[in-house]
Ligand binder design. Structure first.
Ligand SMILES: O=C(O)C(=O)C[C@]1(C(=O)O)C=C[C@@H](O)C=C1
Length: 480
């Protein structure tokens, strides 16, 4: 695939996630209007939102496995059609039952897009982690723009449905942009990775698999618990005013978008993914602990920003990427498993914390500390079990460093050879000393720990000595 087609494909895939960002919050942002439309109380509209979660749970595994079989493109198209149906259907939904069905369809759309897109970015090759993290950036952009759109429609007394129509229109245009594009072959194995990770034992692989699947749960739970409770925690426990309390969530969002961009940049620079996961999860846990235990307004604000910067920087996507590399032949299934755990988090966290909040609001965030610790433990387990991750770029960095040392040593060797030459000139003996050359080659054999590479080293040394002879002859000819 040429780079122009690749860019077109990537752009279309990202555009879908801009719309998905809108889809994630469009019901919540229009709760009151929709409630009036269906003549139901707010709680019932909120119940419709849970349909999204049901759709996801139902579809992730199935669509993941099917996308391994029938190609990624079909499922991305399916996702787009389902999403379109959701956006336009919601405007025409006559009752709450149909609305609930449409929400389930949006959940299915979400699963279809995920199982087709994350896998495609890995199969496109290049820097797949950076690409998958950028998906999160497009989602955040959608989530950032929609509330502004909703408010401006409202302020200008325009129909609330325009934001739904806009989302559908973007999808329809993107559908036709995507239609002629070719996708990379599904589940081709990534040679680079098989080279470095193929020797993992069965037990180790099972431990890593379990840890990564659980990380699908904890990484999601860490974020949604925070976003659900931070405002109430700030008003009730920290006694902040209403505006200041809401502002904490904005700081978290700004942190998150900055975090994604920083993560993208670091991954492009080939920073080790697992080291990043351990570092970011540690920072997230620390900032959360600060929010829980140090009650000073500006410190809390800074900590909320840092929590967004680290916990919502795309660490979930990086975790999935590691998982995908471990199972290059069943990427769709792996995406399905990972996000099923994520969906379980979106279901269980509100239930558990709802119950905890009856004890105290502080207990909810303290529970997030527990989740953050579990997250950190899981990524440490994965890091230890997988060992140092090798990449072409990292390995080349090591080679460059070794070359630097070798060159310095060779310069010193030439200096010593020059000294020998001075002696030889005084004693009037020839440059070539075959006995000494044999001894040097014998020394190479004695010092070489890997007998397989010995012939190559001896060839190198024969060359080195040939050149030090040339160097000596040249010096003699030029009389210096
Ligand atoms: O030891 C010497 O006599 C050298 O000149 C140095 C050296 C070498 O590079 O090691 C170079 C040429 C001789 O034939 C043998 C050895």
């Amino acid at each position: 695939m040429n780079s122009h087609m690749r860019q077109r494909l990537s752009l279309s895939l990202y555009l879908n996630y801009f719309v998905h960002g809108i889809g994630l919050i469009i019901l919540a942002q229009n709760m009151q209007t929709l409630g009036k439309l269906w003549q139901t109380p707010l709680a019932t509209v909120s119940y419709v939102i849970s349909g999204l979660g049901i759709g996801r749970l139902l579809a992730y595994m199935l669509l993941g496995v099917l996308s391994d079989r029938y190609g990624r493109k079909n499922f991305i198209m399916l996702g787009m059609i389902c999403y379109c149906l959701f956006f336009l259907g919601m405007l025409a939904a006559p009752n709450i039952q149909i609305a609930y069905l449409l929400a389930i369809i949006a959940g299915i759309a979400n699963s279809a897009l995920d199982s087709g897109t994350y896998t495609t970015f890995v199969e496109l090759g290049g820097n797949e982690s950076a690409s998958n993290v950028l998906i999160k950036a497009f989602m955040s952009l959608g989530e950032f723009i929609l509330p502004l759109l909703v408010v401006s429609l409202e302020n200008n007394n325009l129909w609330f449905g325009w934001s739904f129509v806009l989302a559908a229109a973007v999808l329809i245009i993107n559908f036709f942009l995507l239609l002629p594009l070719k996708f990379p072959q599904a589940n081709q194995t990534s040679k680079v990775l098989l080279g470095t990770w193929k020797d993992i034992g069965k037990l180790k692989k099972a431990v890593i698999t379990a840890a990564l699947a659980l990380y699908g749960y904890t990484s999601m739970a860490l974020m949604i618990l925070f976003t659900q409770w931070i405002t109430m925690y700030a008003t009730e426990i920290l006694h902040m005013g209403n505006v200041a309390a809401h502002f904490l969530l904005s700081l978290y969002s700004i942190g998150s978008i900055s975090g994604v961009l920083i993560m993208f940049w670091l991954l492009r620079k080939h920073f080790s993914e697992l080291t990043l996961l351990v570092t970011l999860n540690t920072a997230a846990l620390l900032s959360l602990a600060i929010i829980c235990f140090i009650h000073i307004a500006w410190v809390t604000q800074l900590a909320a920003f840092i929590f967004g910067l680290t916990a919502a920087s795309g660490v979930m996507q990086v975790g999935l990427n590691t998982f995908l590399k471990l199972y290059p032949r069943t990427k769709g299934l792996v995406t399905g498993v990972f996000f099923t755990f994520g969906s379980l988090a979106s279901f269980t966290v509100p239930v558990i914390t709802g119950w905890l909040s009856k004890q105290s609001i502080a207990a909810t965030l303290e529970f997030d500390l527990l989740i953050g610790s579990a997250s950190l433990l899981l990524v440490i387990i994965v890091r230890l079990a997988l060992g140092r991750q090798k990449t072409i770029a990292g390995t080349r960095r090591t080679i460059s460093l070794l070359d630097k040392i070798i060159i310095r040593l060779l310069v010193r060797r030439f200096k010593e050879v020059n000294t020998i030459n001075t002696f030889k000139k005084e004693l009037k003996i020839p440059v070539l000393d075959s006995k000494r050359e044999e001894k040097v080659l014998a020394n190479v054999a004695a010092n070489c720990s890997d007998k397989k590479i010995l012939p190559y080293l001896q060839e190198i040394y024969t060359e080195i000595m040939a050149h030090s002879r040339k160097y000596q002859e040249n010096k003699r000819q030029n009389n210096n």
